[in-house]
Design a protein around this ligand. Sequence first.
Ligand SMILES: C[S@@+](CC[C@H](N)C(=O)[O-])C[C@H]1O[C@@H](n2cnc3c(N)ncnc32)[C@H](O)[C@@H]1O
Length: 277
Amino acid sequence: MSMDDEVQARSVMLTSDWMAVIRSREHAQADAYLDDPCAAAFVTSESEASYDEIRSKGLPSEVVPIRGRLGDLTLLDSGVRQAVCLGSGTDSRAYRLPLDQGFSYYEVDLPGQLAGKAELLGAAGFTARCRVEVVEADLREDGWTVALLAAGFDPEQPVHWIAEGLFYYLTKPQGRALAEAMSVLSAPGSWLTFDGPHDRFLTDPARQDFLREMSERGSPFVGSFRDPVEWLAPYGWSAQAALHGDIAEGRCDWLPPLPERLRTTIQDVWFVRARQA
Ligand SMILES: C[S@@+](CC[C@H](N)C(=O)[O-])C[C@H]1O[C@@H](n2cnc3c(N)ncnc32)[C@H](O)[C@@H]1O
């Protein structure tokens, strides 16, 4: 990895701290859309200040509790016995959902990103509810599936793939390669949930200052989707996709209605759930 790549990886890794701030604040709401009692364990005064700054510049924060709820509902309804969280960062499903020790939860992220996570959650009183395997890998490179299989992932069993806040940081060819690799490892009955910007997000003049800010920080938004259902079809996925506006206006029957605070600012972001036949 070159020096530039390392700086960029560090910047992208920091975005996960912002997600913890968002989830902890949502959890504190009386009508929380997402229950994440673990998120506060990751929050520091520095991450709050950094988040407040990027939020004021246009970070689409509303999407975080929505995709989190989508992932929770899908995981608990799917009946699968293994899940892979790609770009897991401060995701804490293995510590907060009612899973059992026969369930395997794979957390995949860039090398170093997940170091100390279990200890930090442990110090806050949270222990894993299921078997957790940490896989250090760069999802832009081919080797990640080998590492996942070495950690015990069973490609013969259905899996729930969770990719939240990840495709933003992968170019279209990188995202496509990731989808292909996931699909090869998806037994019938597997599920996939993810979010990602609509193509318009990256060209919207009103978002250019925010996008420039993200680039200057070393964590540019480079991925987007025109039509995620069409995008997944070649790999055998039967998908449903909704934009934030569809959910806000009650046109999505697979997510609960949003509280007012999550529908005052509409983000041009897709939410997707898909099943492998
Ligand atoms: C915005 S955070 C989202 C974290 C978590 N999924 C969530 O929703 O809270 C993006 C995460 O993706 C990880 N990530 C970005 N690019 C990656 C790559 N090429 N390989 C592995 N992980 C990556 C980052 O390190 C970070 O933890």
